[in-house]
Write a protein that binds this ligand. Structure first.
Ligand SMILES: N[C@@H](CCC(=O)N[C@@H](CS)C(=O)NCC(=O)O)C(=O)O
Length: 171
C-alpha cells in the first residue's frame, strides 16, 4: 500500500505503533518493522535453496550486522540534517564533510569485508550491500539537492566504485 510520509494511514499507525514509520511488511496478517529486519525476514522466510544474503560464518555475520547498524545510525540522520540546508552554503559544506568522514569509516570496513571483490558480500550482493546501496542512492540525490559533491572518488574510492550502489540504484 502506498503511504504518504506525513499523512499516515490507520494501518501504518496500527502496524508500527512504536516508531510510526515506513516501511512495514505485513505477512500473514502480522507486521514486521524496520527495513533491515524486513530484509532479514524475507531472506529467512523465502529461501528456496537455503542460501542467505548474510555471511555463513557467524563472526562475519556479526560484523555485517554491526556495520549495518552503523549505517542505519549515521547515514539517514546525516541526510536529514543536510537536506534542508541552503545549497552550497558554508554550513552545508561542513555537514557534507562530516558525512564524507562517516563514509570514510565505512570505506575501511568495505576494504576488509569485501576481501577485494566487488560487493561487501564478496562476489554477490549481500545484506550489507543492501544496507549501504540504498543509502548511496539517497546520497546521490542529496548531492544534487545541496549542490555539493559527497561521493568523491579520491576520498572514498571503494564506495564510489563498489557495485552495491550501482546495482541497487538500478532497481
Ligand atoms: N530505521 C527505520 C527508518 C524508517 C524511516 O525513517 N522511514 C521514513 C520514510 S523513508 C518515515 O516513515 N518517515 C516518516 C516519519 O519520520 O515520521 C527503517 O530503516 O525502517
Amino acid at each position: 500500500m502506498l503511504e504518504e510520509t506525513f499523512k499516515k494511514s490507520e494501518l501504518l499507525l496500527k502496524s508500527n505503533p512504536v516508531y510510526k514509520k515506513m516501511p512495514v511488511l505485513i505477512h500473514d496478517g502480522k507486521p514486521i518493522c524496520e527495513s533491515m529486519i524486513i530484509v532479514e525476514y524475507i531472506d529467512e522466510t523465502w529461501t528456496s535453496d537455503g542460501a542467505s544474503i548474510l555471511p555463513s560464518d557467524s563472526y562475519d555475520r556479526a560484523i555485517a550486522r554491526f556495520w549495518t547498524a552503523y549505517i542505519d545510525n549515521k547515514i539517514p540522520d546525516a541526510i536529514s540534517k543536510l537536506r534542508p540546508m541552503v545549497r552550497g552554503s558554508v554550513e552545508a559544506e561542513a555537514e557534507a564533510e562530516k558525512l564524507v568522514a562517516t563514509l570514510q569509516v565505512i570505506e575501511k570496513a568495505f576494504e576488509k569485508c569485501s576481501k577485494g571483490q566487488s560487493f561487501f558480500g564478496g562476489n554477490n550482493i549481500g545484506y550489507l550491500d543492501i544496507a549501504l546501496g540504498s543509502c548511496l542512492a539517497w546520497i546521490k540525490a542529496l548531492e544534487k539537492m545541496v549542490e555539493i559533491k559527497i561521493l568523491i572518488k579520491e576520498k572514498i574510492p571503494g564506495l564510489v566504485s563498489c557495485r552495491s550502489g550501482s546495482v541497487l540504484m538500478m532497481l
